[in-house]
Design a protein around this ligand. Structure first.
Ligand code: 13P
Ligand code: SF4
Length: 303
């Protein structure tokens, strides 16, 4: 089916079923056209906690759809394909986190939303890239176990006066930005400002003018006077910046664009099928959901 027809069918069905489509910035640009809301992980979690729709289709990855379900246990949350699974979220097991908690009994556990629901259930509070420093600072604890991203943990460590015990996970999309490549790109584009995601390595973060979540990148691109930007995040965000800020130039801060293959598993065809057949529904057991809700609501200030 051609794109226009697919979009029309999705929009009709969405209306008929009273559904909303929440979409992360790393999705394919054509999915933006059927989205009710496009945002970063924090904004999407907040939107999910506020929506009145009974059916939520989440065009993103597993942990985002799970967060929407955790915040709306009585609603149905669908993800267009079960293949959209974040590899970083799978880098820490419950056993590993329990062992770490045992070793550091006086530490609070802060888990990035990019985790499985069982990891959230074992955590005191969640955070996203846009509020990680704020969340860690808000806790009375001097010692923090931070899971699963070692790079975000390092960024947090440098921004607050606490002992951070990082888990050694990483995002393969961001961890491959290279400081020497970025240095030569900065020499080639001396007037460009550099914006990177805190999932990038510390030596890449050190070269940036701004360290931001995906939506914060949009604000910087609009507000900063620079005409050209080097962007250290997934290609989808560069596409979104080009659409939303068309008078400025956005260049990948790497030799080739970095692609999250899991985010790109969602397509318009699968989104339509998801609405038609009402699959794949997110299911979480009651006990895990209740504990994970506590950690997520702590981050959203809902507790
Ligand atoms: P944000 O949208 O919070 O910036 O996160 C980026 C990311 O890696 C999501 O998978
Ligand atoms: Fe996971 Fe990285 Fe893809 Fe985000 S960009 S979904 S953290 S692999």
């Amino acid at each position: 089916m051609e794109e226009e027809k697919l979009i029309k069918k999705i929009n009709e069905l969405k209306k008929e079923k009273g559904a909303v489509i929440l979409t992360h910035s790393y999705q394919r640009a054509e999915i933006y056209k059927v989205a009710d809301f496009i945002g970063d992980s924090y904004e999407l979690a907040r939107k999910a906690s506020q929506t009145e729709a009974d059916l939520i289709v989440f065009c993103g990855v597993d942990f985002m759809a799970e967060s929407a379900k955790i915040l709306n246990p009585e609603k149905r949350v669908l993800i267009p394909t079960p293949k959209a699974r974040c590899p970083m979220a799978a880098m820490i097991s419950d056993g590993q986190l329990k062992e770490l908690k045992e070793q550091h009994k006086d530490a609070a556990v802060v888990s990035y939303v990019n985790t499985r629901c069982s990891t959230k259930a074992l955590s005191d509070i969640c955070c996203t890239s846009s509020n990680a420093v704020e969340v860690v600072k808000s806790l009375p604890h001097k010692k923090i176990i931070f899971t699963p991203d070692r790079n975000l943990a390092d960024y947090v460590r440098k921004s607050c006066n606490k002992k951070i015990i990082p888990w050694n996970g990483y995002c393969y999309v961001h961890d491959t930005f290279d400081a020497s490549v970025l240095k030569s790109l900065k020499e080639k584009h001396p007037d460009a400002k550099t914006i990177v995601h805190p999932e990038c390595r510390p030596e890449v973060v050190d070269l940036a003018d701004y360290v931001c979540s995906t939506s914060q990148m949009l604000d910087v691109a609009r507000e900063d006077d620079a005409r050209q930007f080097l962007i250290g995040t997934e290609i989808g965000m560069i596409e979104r910046l080009k659409i939303e800020v068309p008078d400025k130039e956005f260049i990948s801060a790497n030799e080739a664009p970095n692609i999250c293959l899991q985010m790109k598993q969602n397509t318009l065809e699968l989104t339509l099928k998801s609405l038609e057949e009402e699959k794949y529904e997110i299911k979480i057991d009651e006990d895990t959901l209740r504990k994970a809700k506590n950690a997520l609501e702590g981050m959203l200030g809902l507790k």
